[in-house]
Design a protein around this ligand. Structure first.
Ligand code: ZN
Length: 492
């Protein structure tokens, strides 16, 4: 993890595992009759997590799985009855487990948190335990519930969908114990911010040195969350976990590392430089970029230009709408991004780069092919937005709002072609498929001259000149114009 923390390029990782393919929508199917309840308690002094996995019906055999390497942290396991229980690699196997019986196991949580293994644990400043659930939760593939019992003075942030407002009970979707996600136990200040329609972000600041710093970081993220609501007023997912972890870093960026995961529920992790001022954080784009990934499903490598493109487009658009940056600033930064994309990976199509970025890098190209993915993708979304306004009289956000209502899965991968086809259907147009075909097959960065003309936009020496032509103003306002997030926003 240490190497990643200092990496700036790419700063955003969109991660999910292939095995989740096909479980789309399964969270919705979690019923109150979940098979296993995992009761989690903590022995703080011993640095241990204790889990009782209790059956609500008879099992002829029950297997609990954990991620590879988790057995290094497994301290012991027993059954509440006298039946057989054995470990085989990363599995605990119980035969003939009757309803009501429990499998008890203990995990060296503190030690796992200090492993600093890429997918195991991350050491936080004051010793909170940040651990992959795959390490500490040995669980069945079936859906279940998790009930949390914390000792006094310890808080937690978990990646799953909460079932109660006190965030003591969580719904576990079906799908094994091998997902990238994070749980934190310790000095965790989690506050919930509401969107419309019951959507929420659970924003957790870990190890803030003072109450004031925690308040400041929450204030910053509330502003970012508010900016993401300027798209259509609610969050695209029901409940997402946002972790803010302060780190020491020599990076120039106030947020040296950010990523979105959607293994155990949609989540964002933001690693913030300890000495970053709120002013620096407000000027940074990483957080809104990550929040913008909520608007689309996981699209795999093949669709990376679409996912990174949307986040790169919206990191500018939504901040301008919220008044965090000026309209001119947003156009200037989009234009600068397009410039970086134009200078990278010429001669290769977006489809080819997305499939194999390394191969594209080896060709005679200036710049990282990553820039072509991000900003070539952003160019696609800008042109789609303009085309929607011209041809359908609607904005991109309206199509994405409809998509989130009907079709956005919280887990699992969506084929990029199917995603595009769905956006076409929802917009009753062929805007997305037409432009996707055009953009993904070009061997050079697209010529945006006619789009710039429609927008009345000219950028000279990094300064945007915005024309006073009424049509251009109207179009620009539709995209970047100030929007007050329709939802009254607050902490609870
Ligand atoms: Zn990204």
């Amino acid at each position: 993890m240490a190497a990643q923390l200092h990496s700036r390029n790419p700063r955003c990782l969109w991660r999910a595992r292939q095995f989740l393919v096909g479980v789309a929508g399964v969270l919705l199917a979690v019923s109150v009759h979940a098979a296993i309840d995992y009761r989690v308690s903590i022995d703080k002094a011993a640095g241990e997590l204790h889990v009782a996995a209790c059956a609500d019906r008879d099992y002829t055999q029950l297997q609990l799985r954990a991620q590879e390497g988790a057995s290094n942290y497994l301290l012991g396991f027993t059954r509440s009855d006298d039946g057989a229980l054995q470990r085989s690699g990363d599995r605990l196997i119980a035969r003939t487990l009757p309803a009501g019986a429990c499998i008890h196991y203990r995990v060296a949580a503190e030690r796992a948190s200090r492993s600093n293994g890429r997918d195991e644990g991350i050491q936080t400043a004051s010793g909170s335990w940040m651990i992959s659930p795959g390490v500490w939760l040995w669980r069945a593939d079936a859906a279940g519930t998790l009930t949390l019992d914390l000792p006094a003075g310890m808080q937690a942030s978990l990646p799953w969908l909460p079932r109660d407002t006190a965030r003591k009970v969580y719904a576990l979707a079906a799908g094994g114990g091998d997902w990238p996600s994070w749980a934190v136990f310790g000095d965790v200040d989690e506050r919930v911010f509401d969107g419309d329609d019951g959507t929420e972000l659970r924003i957790a600041v870990v190890d803030a040195p003072t109450r004031q710093r925690s308040d400041d970081l929450h204030g910053w993220l509330r502003e970012v969350a508010q900016a993401s609501l300027t798209a259509y007023g609610r969050f695209p997912v029901r409940s997402a976990q946002v972790l803010v972890i302060e780190i020491s870093s020599r990076s120039n960026s106030p947020v040296p590392w950010g990523q979105t995961t959607r293994g155990a529920g949609v989540a964002v992790q933001l690693f913030v430089r300890r000495d970053a001022s709120i002013r620096e954080l407000r000027a940074d784009w990483t957080a809104i970029h990550e929040f913008s990934h909520f608007f689309h499903p996981y699209l795999g490598n093949k669709g990376r230009w679409l996912s990174e493109g949307l986040a790169s487009y919206y990191q500018n658009v939504l901040r301008a709408r919220a008044g965090i940056v000026s309209e001119a600033y947003a156009w200037e930064h989009l234009d600068a991004g397009f410039g970086r994309g134009r200078n990278s990976a010429a001669g290769v199509t977006l489809a080819e780069i997305s499939k194999n970025p390394r191969k594209s890098r080896s060709r005679q190209n200036k710049g990282s092919p990553i820039m072509r993915i991000y900003w070539g993708g952003a160019a696609f979304w800008l042109e789609a937005d303009i085309a929607l306004h011209r041809e359908r009289g609607i904005g991109l956000e309206q199509v994405l709002a409809a998509y989130s209502q009907c079709c956005l899965p919280e887990a699992g991968r969506v084929d990029p072609d199917a995603f595009i086809a769905r956006l076409d259907a929802l917009s009753e147009s062929s805007v997305f498929s037409r432009l996707a075909l055009e953009h993904s097959t070009l061997r050079h960065f697209p010529n945006l001259n006619s789009s710039y003309q429609r927008l009345g936009l000219k950028v000279t020496s990094d300064r945007a000149e915005l024309s006073r032509d009424p049509d251009a103003i109207a179009l620009r306002n539709k995209i970047m114009g100030a929007r007050i997030a329709p939802t009254q926003f607050g902490a609870r």
